[in-house]
Write a protein that binds this ligand. Structure first.
Ligand code: PLP
Length: 401
């Protein structure tokens, strides 16, 4: 009998929405370069510009404010790298603003870029978070000095789902004369976002987290905001990102956004119901569990939970044997045995961080899937915990010899 497969790792990536797949297959014959003046090029250009309108409309932006890029990571690198040269020569008006504020719980593409910039002389300050993963607003106030050019705070965290008050942070950044960026890769399509309500200058999104294709994303850049291309050498995207456009990916991204617009509100309610059922099911059937993330200000699809005494990797592998896919830490960090930097930042001990898994549901997750998960998880935790006791007993036995 084939093992049932249940995908609960939507924060790592999502399957293509059937409508996105259909649209992309239809568009596959269209090969023209959007920069070519002939009919083949003009056809591709029309599709790219149509997609730009859809992406812009979804977040309340003007189409000229959308730059298509190769990934969420590229968009984040682009924004942070605006501050790469210590003298900020490319940013008129920002010459004296050579430092950046970000947080300790950002995705590695922000953290590592920030660390790299710090090595090159940019001053970077990393904000602490509380036990739920919310940033310390008093510390932000203290860090906002005259030399801060950019504040970059993610809207929702990929590991624990905690949502930040981006509008308030933006207001504080702007009051200080600093620009504001938010990495909205996990938030877009799970909660409504409007760039004008938030007031932000830059916003990052990625298609593969919202049932679109991999390797394409978009960066929102508010009109008039200082900007410098990260990838140079072409006039594409009005000189803001060189490289022939990924036409097919862009079409897929726009279709994914159209589908999010149609489905996300009802889906968010359904996901929140399943999340609550999953959390209470875990609490009722397994003792000594700790839920990570904010109890209320959190993505409706994400449950991050620690099982002291059980290694996250072991839980993942046992669940995998039952056909259930979850993750430990962020997808990009897997392969490393370091405990999650996000959980550590919330004050979790390395042991507790090691014993945690992330369960992230999506549009095709059903209550039946949650029931299946709740049917196998308690036994797995029990088995791993008892083996870990056996291991300690074994050690004692060896030591006694
Ligand atoms: C919060 C966040 N930012 C950025 C990224 C990177 O996006 P991409 O995979 O498109 O490079 C991810 C992907 O895991 C993410 O979760």
């Amino acid at each position: 009998m084939e093992t049932r497969r249940v995908y609960l790792d939507h924060n790592a990536t999502t399957p293509l929405h059937p409508e996105v797949k259909r649209e992309m297959i239809e568009a596959m014959e269209m090969f023209g370069n959007p920069s070519s003046m002939h009919v083949f090029g003009r056809e591709a250009r029309a599709n790219v510009e149509h997609a730009r309108k859809i992406v812009a409309g979804f977040i309340g932006a003007h189409e000229d404010e959308i730059v298509f890029v190769g990934s969420g990571s590229e968009a984040n690198n682009t924004v942070l790298s605006l501050f790469a040269c210590a003298s900020n020569l490319c940013l008129p008006g920002f010459k004296a603003r050579t430092s950046i504020i970000t947080t300790k719980i950002e995705h590695p593409c922000v953290l590592e870029t920030s660390e790299c910039l710090a090595h090159k002389g940019t001053k970077v300050k990393f904000l602490d978070v509380d036990q739920y993963g919310r940033i310390d607003m008093d510390q932000l106030k203290e860090y906002l000095t005259d030399d801060v050019g950019l504040v970059s705070v993610m809207t929702a965290n990929n590991e624990i789902g905690t949502i930040q008050d981006v509008a308030e942070i933006t207001k504080m950044a702007h009051d200080n004369g600093s620009l504001m960026h938010t990495d909205a890769v996990q938030a877009i399509g799970k909660m409504r976002m409007d760039v004008n309500d938030l007031g932000i200058d830059f916003l990052t999104m990625s298609a593969h987290k919202i049932y679109g294709p991999k390797g394409v994303g978009a960066l929102y850049v508010r009109k008039g905001t200082p900007y410098c291309p990260f990838i140079r050498g072409g006039h594409q995207e009005k000189g803001r990102r060189a490289g022939t456009e990924n036409t097919l990916g862009i079409i897929g991204l726009a279709k994914a956004i159209e589908m999010r617009d149609a489905e996300m509100d009802d889906e968010a309610k359904r996901l929140a119901g399943m999340r609550d059922a999953l959390k209470s099911g875990i609490e009722e059937s397994i003792d000594n569990v700790v839920f990570n993330g904010h109890p209320a200000l959190s993505l409706p699809n994400t449950v991050n939970v620690s099982f002291p005494g059980a290694e996250g990797e072991s839980i993942l592998l046992y669940l995998d044997l039952q056909g259930i896919a979850v993750s430990t830490g962020s997808a990009c960090a897997s392969g490393s045995l370091d405990p999650s930097h996000v959980l550590l930042a919330t004050g979790s001990s390395p042991e507790r961080a090691h014993g945690s898994i992330r369960i992230s549901m999506g549009r095709e997750t059903t209550m039946d899937d949650i029931g299946y998960m709740l049917g196998v998880l308690p036994g797995i935790i029990e088995r791993i915990r008892s083996m870990s006791t056996a291991y300690i007993r074994g050690e004692e036995h060896v030591a006694a010899k």
